[in-house]
Design a protein. Structure first.
Length: 87
């Protein structure tokens, strides 16, 4: 059945399939890029608490000085707009 296809069409089909496979191999990279952390400026991070709320009580805080969603070093006394209070 595939013999009925003109040679150039088969070649184009194979190219498209190989290109699609290559794109599929690259897809796992995209979620990594989407998982990039926010800058401190974008998160409006501050080195001081917001009232009683601080990184130390945020579920996104990773002791001793990291955050799951904000890049760079953060202080346990800091705070940002992505703050998420633990239950
Ligand atoms: S999300 Fe904001 S408040 Fe929570 S740990 Fe990260 S920087 Fe601190």
């Amino acid at each position: 059945m595939i013999d009925r296809w003109p040679r150039s069409s088969r070649r184009n089909l194979l190219r498209a399939m190989i290109g699609g496979a290559s794109a599929g191999l690259l897809c796992p990279i995209a979620p990594v890029a989407a998982a990039d952390k926010m800058t401190k400026a974008r998160a409006a991070y501050q080195d001081t608490p917001n009232g009683i709320y601080s990184c130390a009580t945020c579920t996104l805080f990773e002791a001793p000085h990291a955050c799951k969603v904000v890049e760079g070093e953060v202080s346990s006394d800091g705070w940002c707009t992505a703050f998420a209070l633990a239950d």
